[in-house]
Design a protein around this ligand. Sequence first.
Ligand SMILES: C[S@@+](CC[C@H](N)C(=O)[O-])C[C@H]1O[C@@H](n2cnc3c(N)ncnc32)[C@H](O)[C@@H]1O
Length: 289
Amino acid sequence: MKDPKLPFQEGDPVIFLDRKQRVYYNVLQAGKKTDIRGDMLPHDAVIGRTEGFLLRSQRDIPFWVFRPTINEHVVNMPRGATVIYPKDLGVILQYADIYPGAKVVEAGHGSGALATALLRAVGPAGQVISYDVRQDFINNARKNLKNFLGEIPNHLVREANIYEQFEDDAVDRLILDLPEPWRVAPLAAPHLRPGAVICSYSPTVLQVKSFCEALHQARCFVDVLTLETLLRRWNVESMSVRPELRMIGHTGFLTFARKVEPAAEAPIETEPAENNLEEISEPYESAES
Ligand SMILES: C[S@@+](CC[C@H](N)C(=O)[O-])C[C@H]1O[C@@H](n2cnc3c(N)ncnc32)[C@H](O)[C@@H]1O
């Protein structure tokens, strides 16, 4: 993995930040210049330096130079498919309990945003296996991952239709970002270890409903939770301290569940509880309360 403390090299992504906090993203190339409305920032003035310094453009405008954070990288990198946004990536890492050393399968790989976050979280002792049907997306994601993370020997990409083939065993975590995730739950179930977490990210609630039904029908998933994340930035400037006027209104819903051993008398609801207020408990209610 790349060490952000080291000097910039050709192929590293870079962020130029102007006085109005506008972010300009590029990938460093010897002899190249980033063109900002006709003003030029030469990459040769960045290569060999460490991040956090002030660079003056050809028109003498100051720009701060940084390595992109993971958030800046995934929203600016070249895209094949739509990425999972940082607000959801953070929740996936936490709620799907992605831990150092875990064996994680993700599908589809898309532009590689989720894979980037997963690879950082599992660390060198873990493994991430990415499925996608589109070779062009896989190639684009490979470049995005290499630019940001460097060499990643613990990343395996399978060009395969995950609705039809699931090749991995003893999987600790399975994360789905697919049009029809409900087709994967029954196929993948025997390949997840008991205690594994399955998670699906879907833009529409009809997808969520079908996925949850598939989880219940598989009879080996419990502790099903669906949520969405709303993130609102604030403007804090002089006396203008208020929420920003624009926000990302909707990205997707996240559903999480735990895999259990198949048991003849498993206490698993065949149908989710419907409008049963007595069954609604407070989030984080303790066992004693
Ligand atoms: C929304 S994109 C995933 C974006 C990715 N999670 C990211 O953060 O960059 C959905 C991906 O699923 C892939 N896909 C769709 N159906 C698939 C299938 N049956 N098997 C494997 N990949 C599939 C598509 O090619 C596409 O790249």
